[in-house]
Design a protein around this ligand. Structure first.
Ligand code: ATP
Ligand code: MG
Ligand code: MG
Ligand code: MG
Length: 568
């Protein structure tokens, strides 16, 4: 691809609505174009990365025996009425009426549609198990679309669905797809982990479900790990499994609330006018007393490593004042702030974003108003109550198996579920079993956020100059910048470019009329794994070009005739 005839524009400015690195970089590197809230168009480079993810998914799922189909993106309301989800889906589902007044929706997911295809096609156990999947556009009218492709309203999902005669078969295919997912995310170059998840509204709670979480500080999810025992679960699941953990979560009513924005530690320190060297440990809570809801926060400033915290919650809390000694804090903390009022005993507390709070009285804790207790290292406690797992840090919690619990943030890139017969039953779907008896097949469903995977890869792989693509998802592999003036060298550059093309190496040829600084900046921002530089001045000296590795900055000199073999 030649940039002189390409369609590509980069930007210096960070877009105002882009709060996390992947969103900023994907816009600045000209990968995506914002059409509206949560609506993005994919530009040439961005679209190539998306298709690379799709291709990896296809190869691994086809290998696992799945069949690709493509369902209509609009689904009729009757199907959702049948399953009972027309109303249950809530306002994330965008409903429309056609000219005849019939209900339609833009698919947020496709269990109903695939069950309809299945029931009209398969009649016998002999055709089971079968797994269908598609890579298609989804629409969810998210409460807070944000972070670019990370949480769009329109996005690309791979959704797969399996059908089974019995639980053994469902377990077998579930495990096979679990392994395929591990292969997919490994090939994509992501650091991820598969964690136990909560089935939520999707299925009965006795069915298996796992999330695939990409580890990143800006992730919206929290994951509990225990290295010793291998336990890994998302926070909702860990909390519902409270019996397993050595503390009591029933002490208070705790639910999650999302804050719209996440800020960097720097921006929060700026806002609070505190030195950046100090890390902030934060506890933000919303209290509801009667009909009144208020956001209250306490900041504990310590001196550990820095963490990201959610900025908006801070900005929303007015009237911060320094905390008094009696209100909080002891060793390790040098300063504290507290929000507008103390908690009453009746307050229902909704937590958000306690960041690695490694101890402490939660909120305005005195005997009469402490609705729950934190972990107080001063007392020699055998057991304690903690309102939220996020209040507990490394080493403070132990599982039954005596493991140490760690909490990290994650991006949910994939989610697999066992659905049981929920949909086949509701939609009157039967096949004949080996005794000739009609039964409702069991189902599994398997999602991957294709566009979110690309954003997660950028979130995990970037530096201060730009993106650092993992090879498998890079839109191209080589960025070839020619910085020549003479006709003779221009011709040589063109010749080298053609040789690289002939060798089937994915190459971008920066033959634009621009200086070296301009080209190198763009090359670093776009972040292709290899950079090839033909600098006329150096070439005159030693007759060599230079290959640079974007990730490490290492470089090596290469003769024109060796370029192709070195790049391979
Ligand atoms: P989240 O918890 O992030 O809202 P979800 O649990 O609602 O995701 P699923 O119904 O499990 O999502 O959908 C399967 C996959 O689709 C998710 O694991 C995620 O990777 C992706 N996905 C879901 N919502 C979005 C979105 N708004 N934008 C991009 N990808 C999404
Ligand atoms: Mg969701
Ligand atoms: Mg989720
Ligand atoms: Mg999910």
């Amino acid at each position: 691809m030649k940039l002189s005839t390409g369609f590509w524009q980069t930007y210096k400015e960070v877009p105002a609505d882009a709060e996390i690195p992947s969103h900023q970089l994907m816009v600045r590197a000209g990968l995506i174009h914002k059409m509206g809230s949560g609506l993005y168009s994919y530009l040439p480079f961005g679209y190539r990365s998306i298709r690379k993810v799709e291709q990896i998914i296809r190869e691994e799922l086809d290998k696992a025996g799945c069949h690709e189909i493509l369902m209509s993106m609009v689904t009729p309301g009757e199907l959702w009425q049948e399953s009972g989800r027309w109303d249950a889906m809530g306002d994330q589902m965008l409903k429309v009426k056609d000219k005849g007044g019939r209900d339609l929706c833009l698919s947020p997911t496709n269990e109903e549609a695939v069950t309809d295809i299945f029931r009209k096609t398969i009649k016998s156990y002999k055709n089971l198990p079968v797994t269908l999947y598609q890579i298609n556009t989804k629409f969810r009218d998210e409460l807070r679309p944000r972070f670019g492709l990370m949480r769009g309203r329109e996005f690309t999902m791979k959704d797969g669905y399996s059908f089974h005669i019995d639980k053994d078969s469902l377990d077998e295919v579930y495990d096979r797809i679990f392994k395929a997912y591990e292969a997919i995310f490994t090939r994509a170059g992501l650091e991820f982990s598969a964690v136990e998840a909560d089935a939520g509204a999707m299925a009965d709670s006795d069915q298996k479900t796992h999330e695939f979480q990409v580890i990143a500080n800006t992730g919206e999810d929290e994951v509990i790990y225990c290295n010793e025992t291998g336990y890994a679960a998302n926070i909702e699941k860990a909390q519902t499994k409270r019996g397993k953990l050595q503390f009591d979560l029933s002490a208070s009513e705790v639910t999650r609330v999302e804050t719209p924005n996440m800020g960097t530690i720097e921006s929060v320190c700026d806002f609070l006018k505190v030195p950046k060297e100090q890390s902030i440990k934060s506890l933000v809570y919303k209290s509801t007393i009667g009909d009144e809801e208020e956001t209250v926060l306490v900041l504990l400033l310590g001196d550990d490593s820095l963490n990201e915290i959610k900025l908006n919650a801070f900005l929303k809390a007015d009237n911060l004042r320094p905390a008094t000694d009696s209100e909080m804090l002891s060793e390790g903390f040098t300063k504290g702030y507290i929000g507008p009022h103390k908690l009453s005993a009746k307050a229902k507390i909704i937590f958000d974003s306690a960041v690695n709070l490694d101890a402490y009285y939660c909120a305005g804790a005195n005997e009469e108003n402490a609705h729950y207790k934190g972990i107080n290292p001063k007392r020699d406690v055998e057991s304690f109550e903690v309102a939220d797992l996020r209040l507990a840090m490394k080493g403070d919690l132990t599982l039954d198996e005596k493991g140490v619990v760690d909490i990290r943030r994650g991006i949910e890139v994939g989610h697999i579920f066992q659905l049981g017969d929920k949909y086949t039953k509701a939609m009157g779907t039967t096949v004949l079993d080996s005794n000739g008896k009609a039964m409702n097949p069991l189902m599994g469903c398997y999602g991957i956020g294709v566009t979110r995977v690309v954003a997660a890869a950028v979130e995990q792989h970037h530096d201060d100059k730009g993106i650092v693509w993992p090879m498998a998802l890079a839109p191209y592999h080589v960025y070839f910048a020619e910085i020549t003036k003479s006709a003779e060298n221009k011709e040589l550059a063109e010749k080298i470019y053609n040789e690289i093309l002939e060798a089937n190496i994915e190459v971008v040829f920066d033959d634009r009329k621009a200086g070296p600084g301009f080209k190198f900046k763009d090359a670093d921002l776009l972040g292709l794994p290899l950079q090839l530089v033909f600098g006329e001045r150096d070439f005159k000296k030693d007759g060599m070009l230079e290959i640079r590795i974007r990730k490490t900055g290492e470089s090596l000199k290469v003769k024109p005739e060796d370029v192709v073999s070195k790049l391979q």
